[in-house]
Design a protein around this ligand. Structure first.
Ligand code: F0G
Length: 461
């Protein structure tokens, strides 16, 4: 046997409890999809076989986390679990002060309301739906300063979440540093396909913004996944641990919003973290208006305990390698099948290129929404749209935004599905891809004002 033979890796856990899933029949799925107005967000989970809608709050907790739930201290004020969470955040992320929230968007709401004034501009490495909406509701205008490569699904750039320093500096010079309350830097960019930012670029962004006195607020929802890519791809980082890289990333920023439902392996929870005392004071005061007392925010004591444990587990190398490895496995399989996907494969899901798969549809005919519906019909696999529907309307003109990336996201929950599930998913996508010319477009029949992708209804054109 040759010495260089590639050895397989496996998940660093074994399964202790199972949740049965139901394989549905085609007629059932047709009825369920119609009732859901062709929006996978409106399906009942009972009608879903393999659920790749999102990696948010859908991950499996460890036995340690479940044990942590039993240690819940449900005191209204000063719960011991809050202090465990505060310790974990200080130890693993390095931020000084924390305000727990029920999930990420609540932290976005608080920071946006405190820092953004009417007429401000908030640059970011591509938008995220809830983040941008909270910036807009606070009177700001989001400005995309990500590198152009991020908008090209085929470009193999290893760090597609990098910020274009020229775009950022031009904006600062054009609008003035006093009109830019902060730069929002996301570690892995969801809407670009789960793509990472490099440490080198983050350091350059830090140097540039410090020159103008502009702070960086970090959307750290998937920071450990980003750290894995830095370790794997960036010169000078292979010998560092995931924990060390995560901490270095956080040290280059002034505060963070966190949806703990992703990286940090809990079903609900989040926080706002800041280093500045005055900012902390304002945030701690505001959280009592919208969430709850500052030592629980929007979380039960038991949930804060599970989160403190989840943070520690999220930066363990074997965990993150298997997590990203499973997504890569699905992506590589689809690439081998010839299905157009966003390259390189990201960390939390595989993004199908709906414009390429459905070239007969215009973007107004909602190709990604239509493709997600077709995949569900084929196999009961639930994916979601990340294209024109998610992108919403321009706040000023009321016109649709037309993003270059029109994608279906197959999002993989952490520690939930096996490789065999990934095989079933890939085979379903392949089958739909080969019959893609038969897929019709969709049109809106109902569209809510905010975050329309969650609740819109559609009909077949
Ligand atoms: N930031 C990023 C990068 C996210 O992916 C999400 C949520 C949030 C912020 C908001 O956090 O949901 O806890 O309020 N993403 C989910 C998804 C919804 O499916 O991508 P939240």
């Amino acid at each position: 046997m040759s010495k260089s033979k590639k050895r397989s890796w496996a998940e660093p856990y074994k399964i202790k409890m199972v949740e049965p899933v139901r394989i549905t029949q085609p007629e059932e799925r047709e009825r369920a999809l119609k009732e859901a107005g062709y929006n996978t967000f409106l399906l009942r989970s009972d009608d879903v076989y393999i659920d790749l809608l999102t990696d948010s709050g859908t991950s499996a907790m460890s036995d340690r986390q479940w044990a942590g739930l039993m240690m819940g201290d449900e005191s209204y004020a000063g719960s011991s679990n809050f202090y465990h969470l505060e310790d974990a955040i200080r130890k693993y992320y390095g931020y000084k002060h924390i305000v727990p929230t029920h999930q990420g968007r609540a932290a976005e709401h608080i920071i946006s309301q405190i820092l953004i004034n009417e007429g401000d501009y908030v640059p970011g490495n591509m938008y995220f739906t809830t983040t941008r909406l909270h910036q807009e509701l606070a009177g700001g205008t989001f400005v995309d300063v990500i590198i152009d490569e991020a908008h090209d699904p085929e470009n193999e750039h290893p760090f597609k979440a990098d910020i274009d320093l020229n775009k950022l500096e031009d904006l600062i010079k054009d609008k003035g540093a006093d009109r830019i309350p902060y730069v929002c830097v996301a570690t892995t960019v969801n809407m670009a396909g789960g793509q990472p930012i490099s440490m080198k670029n983050l350091k350059e962004v830090r140097a540039l913004t410090q020159k103008y006195g502009i702070p960086i607020i970090h959307d750290m929802t998937r920071v450990a996944e980003n750290a894995f890519f830095i370790k794997d791809r960036e010169d000078g980082y292979s010998h560092l641990s995931i924990a060390e890289i995560v901490k270095e990333i956080c040290s280059l920023t002034d505060g963070a919003t966190m949806s703990a439902k992703k990286d940090a392996l809990v079903n609900i929870g989040g926080f706002l973290a800041v280093n500045d005392e005055e900012l902390f004071d304002k945030a701690r005061n505001m959280v009592v208006v919208y969430e709850g007392l500052h030592t629980y925010g929007g979380m039960a004591g038991r949930d804060m305990e599970a989160l403190a444990i989840g943070i520690k587990e999220s930066v363990e190398y074997d965990h993150i390698r298997a997590r990203v490895g499973q997504v890569q496995y699905l992506g590589d399989k689809l690439i081998d099948m010839g299905v157009p996907v966003v390259r390189p494969i990201g960390s939390h899901g595989v993004f199908l290129d709906a414009k390429k798969i459905l070239p007969h549809l215009t973007q107004d005919q909602l190709p990604a929404q239509s493709l997600a519906a077709a995949i569900y019909l084929d196999s009961g696999v639930r994916a979601m749209e990340r294209g024109i529907v998610s992108s919403g309307r321009n706040r000023v003109t009321g016109e649709h935004n037309y993003p270059n990336l029109e994608m279906v996201r197959l999002t993989v929950p952490r520690r939930v599905y096996t490789q065999a599930h990934m095989d079933v998913v890939a085979e379903s996508v392949e089958a739909v891809f080969h019959e893609a010319d038969k897929i019709s477009g969709l049109r809106f029949v109902y569209e809510p004002e905010y975050l329309r992708f969650f609740q819109s209804r559609f009909e077949i054109i």
